[in-house]
Ligand binder design. Structure first.
Ligand SMILES: [Zn+2]
Length: 225
């Protein structure tokens, strides 16, 4: 409902010629497709701002697999490795990083905001909405409030052991899977507990995926940053 209000506000802020550009897509979804529409959205609600996590969160590490061919599609889906989230998600993640630092760990980001057309491309390759968001609904990543991440050990700078690699679509990636190594279980628990303490929800099928529960407040976007 809030999204709808924002989009209505967005319409009224813009001249007719520009506003005509936001028409429902083939699935009836309203998707922000230009930087101008995004700027208007931010003007109406500053929480809609997309924040560059590398400048906002000290010492954050990234391994943006979709900017390489080392991902489940075997195709390079991004030309840049930028990691962005909406302001409230970025703030929460900054607190997660601070809490983890006290325990000797830090964040490793695989993916954050993802333009909508990349979700469409992924679903063509893996048409199973357990693993790739259905373009008929869009993804929390397209809304800038979902994130894929793991932990690094601050002493070594290396990723800690987790049940699987990122984007492993087997049952081992499920949250109810019980790893044989208790350290792996503890690492997964630390990540999940810390994210939860700062307002994120986890996924039952992907240990690395987290999102803000009020994701519907944030419109889907198809703009590169
Ligand atoms: Zn994800």
């Amino acid at each position: 409902m809030r999204t709808l209000l924002l989009l209505v506000l967005l319409y009224t802020c813009m001249d007719t010629a520009t506003a005509q550009k936001i028409t429902p897509n083939k699935y009836g979804l309203m998707v922000i497709t230009t930087h101008q529409q995004y700027e208007q959205l931010v003007k109406a609600d500053s929480n809609q701002q997309l924040i560059n996590l590398e400048t906002y969160i000290p010492n954050i590490k990234k391994d943006v697999r979709y900017a390489t061919t080392n991902n489940f599609t075997h195709r390079q889906l991004y030309t840049k490795t930028n990691i962005y989230l909406r302001l409230p998600a970025a703030k929460a993640l900054k607190n997660v990083q601070a809490a983890l630092h006290k325990k000797g760990f830090g964040l490793l980001i695989y993916d954050a905001y993802r333009p909508y057309h990349v979700t469409e491309a992924m679903f063509k390759i893996v048409p199973n909405d357990l693993y790739a968001a259905d373009p008929k609904k869009g993804s929390g990543h397209n809304r800038g409030v979902a994130i894929d991440l793991s932990l690094v050990d601050l002493k070594t700078g290396k990723p800690v052991a987790m049940p699987t690699d990122f984007d492993d679509f087997t049952k081992k990636a499920h949250y109810n899977y019980i790893p044989s190594d208790p350290t792996v279980t503890a690492n997964r628990k630390l990540l999940r507990d810390t994210m939860k303490q700062h307002g994120f929800k986890g996924s039952s099928t992907e240990w690395w995926h987290f999102y803000l529960p009020d994701y519907k407040k944030y419109p889907l976007m198809d703009v590169f940053f």
